[in-house]
Design a protein around this ligand. Structure first.
Ligand SMILES: Nc1ncnc2c1ncn2[C@@H]1O[C@H](COP(=O)(O)OP(=O)(O)O)[C@@H](O)[C@H]1O
Ligand SMILES: [Mg+2]
Length: 358
């Protein structure tokens, strides 16, 4: 869907902001500390119920208030406009979707697929597997309606199993879940594998155009060895699981590694190249979603110019324009973003928490 309007109350330094967006490109420029990242963060919060900068909601609420509120209008061709909102206090939250106050974060996430590209993007490659698992699952979640319930069930079972490991006297004390866990694990793995198979060629093409390298490949690990039947493995690893206090193998340990031959790509790529590879992953994910569904994802791109040399910047801009997605792009100077300022673009000047179309 497209975010046509957003009102922001007391989020960071954005006390009272009311914006009507372009359905294609929205450019925010202004000095350091003016509120550019905050407007992207607010949009991100509306779509995912969390910030990309802080886990602590108190940091997000304006210092002069005890709550923040975000309200957006979502538009899709041939469908009624939907109003979505989140209100957050330090210890409570309220989600509204289309007039109902019983909305969930999952419903919000369904409606507002987002991709963030910022100075931390390379963490997708360099940090632990969690971020990459979330990456794969984002892709599956948006094309497979059943994914979330299976994923949630797997997590519940594994949590329960881990709790029982501590007091178990023998394998039969934890094995009652293993049959169901196996069924779910196989299903989740199948979905993830299908996704990676579709994603890989799109990603490879983008990577070639951004990095000029054809020798990097994604390797998917399902969370347990390819040689073992999952149920046999659960039984065989019981003693060690018990010693460690957690289930070592399963869909909760899946990963996706970018590799050069058999070496992790992060060992051979410069930090700049890692960033480009991560951008390629994010953009490819948006492209895949567009090809596989009627959904369009919104790209939030923070400080694009400062990250890249002129040639790559132009390439990324070209790619982003070709995506036919709604873009929110920030930068300090409007000059460095001028290639994006097409006829359909809206340009906003951000100044001390106030945002004006210019
Ligand atoms: N909870 C808050 N209440 C009020 N101001 C805040 C809060 N959190 C951050 N700020 C301020 O908001 C401003 C905007 O920050 P940011 O959006 O990161 O700016 P930019 O991306 O334009 O450089 C900063 O000056 C910061 O000090
Ligand atoms: Mg910023």
């Amino acid at each position: 869907m497209i975010l046509t309007n957003l009102t922001v109350d007391n989020f960071r330094n954005l006390i009272d902001v009311d914006l009507a967006f372009s359905t294609s490109i929205n450019i925010f420029y202004g000095c350091n500390g003016s509120g550019k990242t905050s407007i992207l963060e607010a949009t991100h919060y509306l779509g995912l119920g969390r910030s990309f900068r802080s886990r602590n909601v108190r940091r997000l609420i304006n210092h002069t208030s005890d709550k923040f509120a975000l309200v957006g209008q979502l538009f899709q061709v041939n469908q009624p406009t939907i109003t979505v909102g989140i209100e957050r206090k330090a210890d409570s939250s309220l989600i509204k979707i289309g007039g109902k106050t019983s909305g969930s974060l999952v419903e919000l996430a369904q409606l507002l697929p987002l991709q963030l590209i910022n100075a931390d993007s390379h963490l997708l490659l360099t940090s632990g597997p969690l971020a990459r698992r979330q990456f794969i699952d984002w892709g599956v979640f948006h094309v497979e309606p059943l994914f979330f319930s299976y994923w949630q069930r797997a997590n519940r079972i594994i949590k329960q199993r881990n709790a029982n490991l501590k007091s178990a006297r023998n394998y039969s004390d934890v094995s009652m879940w293993d049959e169901e866990l196996e069924t779910i694990a196989i299903w989740l793995n199948q979905q993830r594998e299908n996704y990676i198979n579709q994603f890989q060629p799109i990603f490879t093409t983008l990577l070639e155009s951004l990095l000029d390298r054809q020798d990097l490949k994604l390797h998917y690990y399902r969370g347990w060895s390819n040689e073992s039947l999952y149920k046999d493995l659960l039984r065989a690893s019981f003693a060690r699981d018990q010693l460690l206090g957690y289930t070592q193998f399963g869909p909760h340990r899946a990963d996706l590694q970018l590799k050069f031959k058999n070496v992790a790509a992060v060992e051979v790529l410069s930090q700049g190249q890692q960033k480009l590879a991560a951008y390629a992953m994010r953009i490819a994910q948006g492209l895949h979603l567009r090809q596989q569904s009627t959904k369009r994802c919104i790209f939030l791109i923070d400080d694009l110019p400062s990250e890249l040399d002129q040639e790559r910047r132009l390439k990324i801009i070209e790619l982003l324009l070709s995506l036919d997605s709604q873009l929110f792009v920030t930068g300090i100077e409007i000059e460095s973003l001028s290639q994006l300022a097409t006829n359909q673009a809206k340009v906003f000047h951000v100044e001390q928490g106030s945002i004006k179309e210019s």
